[in-house]
Design a protein around this ligand. Structure first.
Ligand SMILES: CC(C)(COP(=O)(O)OP(=O)(O)OC[C@H]1O[C@@H](n2cnc3c(N)ncnc32)[C@H](O)[C@@H]1OP(=O)(O)O)[C@@H](O)C(=O)NCCC(=O)NCCS
Length: 165
């Protein structure tokens, strides 16, 4: 199933797109995941992912896209009545155009059809963009993990644990 938006579409992230997802992940994280890591996460029972892309011929940022352009993806793990955002990333060149929001709306729609009642995530306390996105989407802080994210050449930072309430 695809979801048409003004400029881009959301499709299921399958292992066939693992290389695309790995390239996107590199644009957002110091510790990036390769194709194998993404395939391994997708293979866990209860996992799913969504991929956003601009179809060839559509306009994005005022330009006509000449071949399908990946924009970002989200990976989710569900376990019984709980779901967790494993990762979400939007290509650095495509941020602040609503892609993250549309990916998360896709997750909410998907979870509505499943038994998941709680949606949780962890986010570094220095990640202002992601925290702003999550707050806007109704997530609230429910805990903190000390020194959860290791950083290159810098002290580790805490993670906020957030739940959509
Ligand atoms: C977090 C991330 C996924 C957001 O994706 P995005 O496509 O840029 O987000 P959207 O354009 O849908 O933004 C939706 C809302 O989130 C908030 N937001 C997003 N980026 C923001 C920023 N840099 N500063 C402040 N608010 C921001 C805003 O409220 C925004 O709405 P607005 O543009 O109408 O003001 C993107 O910044 C990213 O990939 N970051 C690197 C990877 C990462 O940190 N992932 C999260 C790990 S927990």
């Amino acid at each position: 199933m695809t979801t048409q938006t003004a400029a881009f579409e959301i499709v299921e992230l399958t292992p066939a797109y693992a290389a695309v997802a790995a390239a996107l992940h590199q644009t957002g994280f110091e510790e990036c995941w390769d194709e194998t890591a993404i395939c391994d996460l997708l293979a866990v029972p209860g996992a799913f992912g969504l991929l956003a892309f601009v179809p060839q011929g559509n306009l994005f940022k005022g330009e006509t896209i000449v071949s399908d352009m990946p924009l970002g993806f989200v990976l989710v793990q569900t376990v019984l009545d709980e779901a967790e955002i494993n990762t979400i990333v939007v290509d650095a060149k495509a941020r602040r155009h609503g892609v993250g929001n549309v990916l998360m709306q896709g997750v909410f729609a998907r979870l509505q059809n499943q038994a998941s009642t709680r949606l949780l995530l962890e986010v570094a306390i220095d990640n202002a963009a992601a925290i702003a996105l999550y707050r806007k989407l109704g997530f609230a802080e429910i805990g903190r993990r000390r020194g959860y994210y290791r950083r290159k050449d810098r002290p580790a930072v805490d993670a906020l644990v957030m739940e959509r309430v």
